[in-house]
Design a protein around this ligand. Structure first.
Ligand code: ADP
Ligand code: MG
Length: 478
């Protein structure tokens, strides 16, 4: 027996404890996430489970053959490399389809992306950037050519922000629009709009545009301090025509960087340059930012992007499906728009996965296939509506008192909404009939069953009533 074998064995016995393995795997995932981008990572790589180690080979498990083949062809070599880096004794990664009883994927939702080393790093969690314009090479990340005004779908929740972005792209540094402050929840299109402004400006003339995340801004600033090149850094920053800083909330608590940003900001605005900033909250709600910075940020145009509506989600899905060339039936689009209400990024990820699946198998997209392919995503998005919420909304809608949901009153104008609430409780929650009955003034489960049947019947007979109930359901689901 050689020494090498002994070494290998000890390496593996360390790995046998799941913690070591899980930690290696977490690091690998972080690296992969940084390399492939958030969407791709979520679509394909979050479904991998760790299997056994045997000799110089580790097994990774995927839920379906399709996924196994895809991951093998796209990421197989890289996975082997990364595992080998973690555990030099490992030389092969075997990908297999999981069987019942096999381990489940780790909960990797919180895997932090590690920036790719050789690839240009992506400012935003999106697929790899495709450069259209590299301005001031050291200062700017390439703009993503997919994020243009043309590909941005406009609806009620974002029309104001869109109009402001358009305006700034047409006439930068106009009074009243400087700075432009875009804010809204995650995945609603802030980064998209900023890239669109950049692309438009670069297309139309020789303006220099600098776009970077606040995180990158801080990183550059610190690097400049370390290499004693802060003066160059500041000069570079102050020489651009348009400075865009994404996700400014990142600077909360980073006082020195805030200070630097504040000075750069003032210098640029005083010199008549345009600033565009995004954040997850309005300037006044960004507590933790210095007051004088918040004040200045709110001085120009502040535009918020609201959560998506069902209608906007449908429009976005339609546009993206059309661009993909895959026929996705309206039923499927409606289903997705109902189910995935969190943000556009998630919606897009789900649709992309469907489209990739359809392309690979050459099979038409159906509702059944959708439920199957997106099984895990849909499960995560199951909204947990409470019976209390249902009662409240229904009472408001039909203008009855909340207490009447559990009262003994049997007048039709009270009893009917109560039945609708029971029906919705059955449809939207996983509560049993007796549990539902208890929440409605300790009624019997047969009363709930009767209510469900009665409402179903009425919905079949009375289109207006059916529409009302559907509306309620939508409101509760989104
Ligand atoms: P944020 O920066 O607000 O977190 P992003 O701009 O990164 O969100 O948007 C997430 C994803 O959703 C991107 O791929 C983007 O193209 C897409 N997206 C968001 N809003 C829209 C929209 N209105 N039309 C088309 N795509 C959109
Ligand atoms: Mg963003």
């Amino acid at each position: 027996m050689t020494i090498g074998v002994d070494d290998d064995e000890s390496a593996f016995s360390r790995l046998e404890d799941n913690k070591g393995l899980a930690e290696s795997w977490l690091r690998i995932c972080g690296r992969l996430k940084g390399e492939v981008g958030e969407v791709e990572y979520r679509t394909w790589l979050t479904q991998i489970a760790l299997g056994p180690i045997d000799g110089d080979e580790i097994t990774l498990l995927l839920p379906t053959r399709f996924l196994r083949d895809w991951v093998r062809s796209q990421y197989g070599d890289r996975l082997s490399e990364l595992w080998h880096n973690e555990v030099p004794a490992l030389r092969r990664v075997e990908l297999q389809v999981a069987r019942p009883g096999d381990p489940a994927p780790l909960q990797l939702a919180e895997v932090a992306a590690v920036p790719a080393q050789n690839a240009p790093s992506s400012e935003d969690a999106g697929p790899a950037n495709r450069p259209v314009a590299e301005v001031r090479s050291d200062l700017v990340t390439a703009l993503d050519s997919r994020f243009t005004f043309d590909t941005f779908v406009v609806g009620k929740p974002n029309e104001f922000a869109y109009a402001c972005a358009r305006r700034v792209a047409e006439k930068p540094s106009s009074v009243g629009f400087n700075p432009l402050f875009l804010y809204g929840g995650v995945g609603l299109g802030k980064t998209h709009l900023m890239h669109a402004i950049g692309a438009e400006l670069v297309k139309n003339g020789n303006v220099s545009v600098a776009y970077m995340s606040a995180e990158k801004f801080m990183y550059r600033f610190i690097a400049a301090i370390r290499s004693q090149s802060t003066i160059e850094f500041k000069e570079q920053l102050r020489s651009v025509d348009v400075l865009m800083i994404d996700d400014l909330q990142f600077l909360i608590g980073k006082d020195n960087t805030q200070e630097e940003f504040f000075h750069t900001f003032n210098a640029l605005v005083d010199a008549g340059r345009q600033i565009v900033v995004s954040a997850d909250k309005s300037p006044s709600d960004l507590s933790g930012l210095e007051d004088r910075l918040r004040t200045r940020l709110g001085c120009g145009m502040v535009a918020d992007i609201h959560a998506t509506t069902f209608e906007l989600r449908i429009s976005i899905l339609e546009a993206k499906a059309a661009a993909s060339g895959v026929v996705v039936p309206a039923k499927v689009l409606e289903f997705l728009a109902h189910k995935i209400t969190s943000n556009v990024r998630e919606l897009e990820g789900a649709l992309n996965r469907l489209i990739a699946h359809a392309n690979l198998f050459g099979r038409p997209v159906t509702l059944e296939a959708t439920q199957d392919v997106l099984h895990d995503i849909l499960k995560a998005h199951d909204r947990r509506v409470t019976i209390e919420e249902i009662q409240k909304k229904v009472a408001e809608h039909w203008n009855i008192r909340l207490t009447d949901m559990s009262s003994a009153r049997r007048a039709r104008n009270v009893a009917r909404p109560r039945q609708v609430a029971m029906y919705l409780a059955k449809q939207l929650t996983s509560r049993s009939l007796p549990e539902i009955g208890r929440k409605f003034g300790n009624r019997d489960h047969t009363t709930v069953m009767h209510a469900v049947n009665r409402v179903t019947e009425l919905m079949e007979r009375d289109a207006a009533f059916a529409e009302d109930v559907e509306l309620m359901r939508r409101m509760l689901e989104s």
